[in-house]
Ligand binder design. Structure first.
Ligand code: F3S
Length: 278
């Protein structure tokens, strides 16, 4: 059985960077805390814990050690709270997310009413919102065009959660333009998610079965699995090689492998090794 890996799969730049920073933080025996799991991958969170990186629910639960800020960033108040307690901070906010935060704050400073296209309640969107409000901005969060309020006033600035689909941003901008408004758009989308989805769909169309690796609590991995199922009915979402049933691949000549943006390289390699041994 031939095992084919998707052209783009696994840990994105921001996640890998956050992981590297977390391991480096505890390299010389320090203890560190992430506010919520560093990534949505239970095996990695467990390994981090063994190395001294624990999960705290909030900054209020941390009284010592290093505070590691996750790749999707935090509201500025969290950094201030850590500083007030003299807790050292390692800021692993993905540079793409920092850019989105700066874009929201800059629009606020320039007097724009800000529309954030993204998921309300997502930590990344909460961070962008807080940076914009700190800079004096009025912020509206919309998941899609349906949620656009009718009473927006110019000038309007639009920023977008890094993992949003470009089509969703375009639809919001078009709807504003149809109302005769002239939104100023800062496209802060990161294309790592899109690349993984397109590569997974392409692979799923050509193989007999497909394995999607990543945490069951990882929404980007779940979405990858959904996309793969559309093109290949024998698509399976797993976290570890032990979950693989060799019977899935009866009469398969080619099996594809892809992985979510929170799946590190060693997990992908262990699955590929196992599949190649069947
Ligand atoms: Fe950063 Fe994009 Fe990954 S924003 S965390 S590189 S999905």
């Amino acid at each position: 059985m031939k095992v084919i890996r998707a052209k783009h799969a696994g840990a994105c730049y921001g996640v890998q960077r956050a992981l590297d920073m977390a391991y480096a933080a505890v390299d010389d025996g320090n203890t560190a805390y992430t506010l919520g799991p560093l990534i949505h991958n239970p095996q990695v969170v467990e390994t981090l814990e063994q190395h001294g990186v624990s999960v705290a629910e909030s900054i209020d639960n941390v009284s010592e050690g290093i505070v590691i800020i996750r790749s999707h960033g935090v509201v500025p108040q969290v950094k201030k709270a850590a500083e007030e307690r003299d807790l050292p901070i390692i800021d692993a906010t993905c540079p793409h997310v920092s850019r989105a935060q700066r874009a929201a704050a800059a629009l606020a400073e320039e007097g724009y009413e800000i529309v954030i296209v993204g998921e309300a309640g997502h930590p990344e969107v909460e961070g962008m919102t807080a940076y914009a409000r700190e800079a004096g901005g009025n912020v509206v969060i919309v998941a899609d065009v349906e949620e656009l309020p009718s009473d927006l006033k110019e000038p309007i600035g639009v920023v977008v959660q890094t993992t949003q689909a470009k089509e969703n941003l375009d639809a919001v901008v078009e709807a504003l333009e149809e109302r005769g408004l002239s939104p100023y758009v800062k496209n802060t989308i990161c294309f790592a998610t899109r690349q993984r989805q397109e590569a997974a769909a392409e692979l799923a169309r050509s193989v007999d079965a497909l394995v999607v690796i990543g945490g069951r609590n990882s929404s980007n991995t779940t979405r990858l699995h959904d996309i793969c199922k559309v093109h290949c009915e024998h698509s399976y979402h797993i976290e570890t090689p032990e979950e693989i049933d060799p019977d899935w691949f009866n009469r398969c000549d080619e099996v594809g492998v892809t992985a979510g943006a929170s799946t590190p390289e060693d997990q992908i390699e262990s699955v590929i090794d196992y599949l190649e041994s069947l």
